[in-house]
Design a protein around this ligand. Structure first.
Ligand code: LHQ
Length: 265
């Protein structure tokens, strides 16, 4: 797997692939290169069976500050400005790749997660935050609407009223508050952040990966489904899960009163 990127640090430890957005001087704002590198790495992780859990995080004191506003201004000032909707398609590929990847993706957020960086974190399957985290739906501050899937994920995570409040007022939500309102799954003290992220990622990487992929599919499809369709899909996916080695290992280990050893097959 390629690891020599300009603006990403990519590190594999066992089944855990950690992708670190690495432009700390601008709080990991997205420029075109970093966005393309992230897309490439997420796609490669999805295809690679040796990767069983992905962690997305930021270098330095923040997770990400959104679109790089300097490069965006330059883009807008060019003689042939690109339509934002066209530029957004690259982000949409990343968001869709995270959602459809048949293995868990964790966003590990320290410090600021603003604008589209915040919404990329919301697209991940689980979010762990340090207590110095600052989530900002910063768009309205500069007269824009939430993008990168924020309009979809935010109300589904925190409810309609809180989502509108975050998007309209564009105020910071702290790590502990984010945990309280369901924006993140877990908030831990900064001193424990790395160890807690590592433990969660290793736990998922050692789990029944194929079942995790099917669980993602079931939950994601439920978001625009009805009960009957969801029940039908549940049966189809359970047939697949039942045929996996990990299912057999899970039942066997239970009966033999030992810990399961899942291989992801
Ligand atoms: C930055 C940025 C940044 C460049 C900090 N760009 N340099 C829109 C258009 C198209 C497609 C994609 O989607 C989007 C959606 C978006 O994402 S729009 C939202 C973009 N993000 C923002 O509006 C946030 C702008 N940044 C801030 O409000 C603050 O920097 C935050 C609240 C993130 C952090 O504040 P502080 O902790 O006080 O840090 P700082 O402001 O001192 O920033 C540190 C440095 O990072 C600083 O550079 P300098 O040379 O002065 O040290 C900032 O200029 C730079 N930086 N965000 N998005």
């Amino acid at each position: 797997m390629r690891t020599d990127f300009q603006h990403l640090l990519v590190h594999q430890d066992g089944g855990v692939l950690t992708i670190t957005m690495n432009r700390p001087e601008v709080l990991n704002a997205f420029n075109d290169v970093m966005l393309e590198e992230l897309g490439e790495t997420i796609d490669a992780a999805a295809e690679n069976d040796a990767v069983r859990c992905v962690v997305l995080t930021g270098a330095g004191r923040g997770f990400g500050s959104g679109q790089d506003l300097k490069s965006f201004a330059a883009m807008s000032a060019s003689s042939e400005p690109v339509k934002v909707s066209v530029h957004l398609q690259k982000y949409h590929c990343v968001v869709l790749a995270i959602r459809t990847m048949p293995k868990p993706v964790i966003a590990a957020v320290r410090g600021v997660a603003a604008g589209i960086s915040c919404n990329v974190a919301l697209a991940c399957d689980l979010r762990i935050a340090a207590d110095d985290a600052r989530f900002i739906e910063a768009f309205a501050r500069i007269g824009l609407v939430p993008d990168g899937g924020g309009g979809f994920f935010l109300p589904r995570l925190v409810g309609f009223g809180k989502a509108l409040e975050m998007a309209l007022l564009a105020e910071e939500v702290s790590g502990p508050e984010a945990e309280r309102i369901g924006l993140v799954n877990k908030c831990v003290p900064v001193a424990e952040f790395e160890a807690a992220t590592h433990a969660l990622a290793q736990r998922l990487a050692n789990g029944p990966t194929r079942a995790y992929g099917l669980i993602k599919e079931l939950m994601n499809k439920s978001l625009d489904s009805d009960l009957q369709s969801s029940l039908r899909l549940e049966g189809e996916l359970q047939d697949i899960a039942r045929g996996t080695e990990d299912h057999r290992e899970g039942v066997m280990s239970f009966l033999q009163k030992r810990r399961p050893h899942y291989t992801g097959r």
